[in-house]
Design a protein around this ligand. Structure first.
Ligand code: FES
Length: 125
C-alpha cells in the first residue's frame, strides 16, 4: 500500500526535536481527505467532501503525478481557495495511486479544521 505523509499535520508549534509529520499507509483509491480523517491529520472539510468549499486544499510536495487527474469540477472549486499553486489539490478529490505521496496542509485548511472542531480550538488556545 502507498504511504502518505502529512506535513504540519496538526498545525501545532512544537519543539525543534519533535516531528511535525505523520506518515501512514492507505489503500490505492482512498482520497487524501479520507486518509486524513482516519489518521487524525487536520484537513478541513466544511462541505463534507462534496466538492463545494475548497477547505480541503493541500499542496502536494511529492507524488503529484500518481494522483488522478484534476477534473473540471475540482478545477472550478479550486478557484475559491487561497494561495493556489501548481501542486495544489483538493483532498476530497485527489485519490492515492500506487506511489508514496507527501502533502502539506494549507493554512486555510488547518483553520477550517479548527473551525469544525471548536473543542480542539479551545485547547490550542
Ligand atoms: S471538502 Fe469541500 S471541496 Fe473538499
Amino acid at each position: 500500500m502507498p504511504k502518505i505523509t502529512f506535513v504540519n499535520y496538526d498545525g501545532c508549534p512544537r519543539a525543534a526535536d519533535a516531528s511535525d509529520v505523520l506518515t501512514v499507509e492507505a489503500a490505492p483509491g482512498t482520497s487524501i481527505l479520507e486518509v486524513a480523517e482516519e489518521c487524525g491529520a487536520h484537513v478541513g472539510s466544511a462541505c463534507g467532501g462534496n466538492l463545494a468549499c475548497s477547505t480541503c486544499h493541500v499542496w502536494v510536495l511529492a507524488g503529484y503525478d500518481s494522483l488522478g487527474d484534476i477534473d473540471e469540477g475540482e478545477d472550478d472549486i479550486m478557484d475559491k481557495a487561497f494561495d493556489v499553486r501548481a501542486e495544489s489539490r483538493l483532498g476530497c478529490q485527489a485519490r492515492l495511486g500506487d506511489e508514496a505521496v507527501v502533502v502539506e496542509i494549507t493554512p486555510e485548511s488547518l483553520q477550517a479544521w479548527l473551525d469544525e472542531h471548536p473543542d480542539a480550538r479551545k485547547q490550542a488556545g
